[in-house]
Design a protein around this ligand. Structure first.
Ligand SMILES: NC(=O)c1ccc[n+]([C@@H]2O[C@H](COP(=O)([O-])OP(=O)(O)OC[C@H]3O[C@@H](n4cnc5c(N)ncnc54)[C@H](OP(=O)(O)O)[C@@H]3O)[C@@H](O)[C@H]2O)c1
Length: 325
């Protein structure tokens, strides 16, 4: 075994050191990471959801710096336009089209996907980043619990509709998950918190667990298509989202939180399509695949993953985008 992997694995067991800035710095030094070449994504097109804040913002900036055209997908046209103007100014050209989409609304996601299908001939990278924690249980206009709708069903619909563009370029999907998913299993009988009393933080972690299970299922179903689907988790990064959702955690951890750039590093590395990131279906932290589970209670059998897939397809209101063969 490579001794570096051993050090990395020991670091991972600590959780706190692994998820914070020290973990990032140790791994960067341990593996002597190199920055992607400045034009690594020239002539490529990427799409990022939630580029108006936190990680999404630095991901959009990072993709733009690597030369990509970046489709900015967010729910506020005004906030998107501000980011587009900043990017255009910094990079000296406007290759940053805006697409308005509220990821919690099926109609909005459908319209956004249609717009992208009409304007982009192909997509090389899709970053499923938009996310939020909901303190109270509420349902969206589609009657879906809002956490599941925003973190899972909306992104699932978006990726499904954009599949023809991804196939064309043998593209890559990266879903941003959370280390919180290690604490939660999936309750197939109560995906929307109808039975159990609602807890926003657990609902978030559970939705992230669902998202990762779907990433594995996407990868299995798209095997041989050329499309790669992976998840990554950023550790704990100092973003407006983290400060708003978990203020006490943010206050205590502030001195050692990652910068958003450190949190987003693996997304940009994956976007440059390193050979070791294929064929996909993995969850990464700091440029290395990590386990899906830390405790047996979160494990999902392949039959359960298939049932979960079907449950999300049913909620998306569309035919199965990648039927199992
Ligand atoms: N920060 C961390 O330590 C951490 C850890 C684990 C995972 N993550 C994940 O990383 C991703 C980014 O989080 P962040 O910390 O950067 O949070 P953030 O600063 O709050 O940014 C979240 C982004 O998602 C967008 N968004 C939220 N709800 C949306 C909706 N319904 N439709 C469209 N866009 C929506 C926001 O848009 P608006 O500007 O319109 O609000 C914003 O651009 C999330 O998936 C989060 O779960 C973060």
């Amino acid at each position: 075994m490579d001794p570096r992997s051993l050090i990395d694995d020991l670091l991972e067991i600590t959780v706190v050191a692994s998820f914070t800035a020290p973990g990032f710095r140790v791994r960067r030094r341990l593996y002597a990471w190199e920055a992607p070449a400045p034009d690594a994504l020239r002539d490529r097109t990427a799409l990022v959801t939630g580029p108006t804040s936190g990680l999404g913002r630095v991901i959009a900036e990072g993709l733009a710096s690597l030369g990509a055209r970046v489709v900015l997908v967010g729910r506020s046209e005004e906030r998107l336009a501000r980011i587009r103007d900043e990017l255009a100014e910094r990079h000296g050209q406007d290759r940053f089209p805006l697409v308005v989409a509220d990821m919690s609304s099926l109609a909005s996601v459908r319209a956004a996907a249609d717009r992208v299908l009409a304007t982009e001939p192909a997509l090389d990278v899709v970053v499923d980043n938009a996310g939020a924690i909901f303190p109270e249980r509420r349902e969206t206009e589609d009657g879906i619990e809002a956490t599941l709708a925003t973190l899972v069903v909306g992104p699932f619909l978006l990726v499904g509709r954009l599949l023809p563009l991804l196939r064309r370029s043998r593209g890559l999907v990266v879903s941003i998950t959370s280390g919180g998913m290690y604490t939660q299993g999936v309750r197939l009988d109560d995906l929307e918190w109808g039975a159990e009393p609602f807890d926003g933080t657990r609902a978030y972690a559970r939705a992230k667990r669902v998202q990762v299970a779907l990433v594995r299922e996407w990868a299995r179903r798209l095997r041989g298509s050329g499309v790669t689907v992976n998840a990554m988790h950023p550790g704990w990064a100092d973003t407006p989202g983290l400060a708003d959702a978990l203020p006490a955690f943010h206050r205590v951890m502030a001195p050692i939180l990652r910068t958003p750039e450190q949190g987003a590093d693996t997304v940009l590395w994956l976007a440059t399509d390193p050979a070791e990131a294929r064929p996909g279906g993995r969850v990464y932290l700091d440029r290395r695949p990590r386990p899906f589970d830390r405790v047996p209670s979160t494990r999902l059998s392949s039959a359960h993953r298939r049932a979960l897939w079907d449950a999300i397809v049913a909620r998306s209101g569309e035919p199965d985008p990648a039927p199992a063969v």
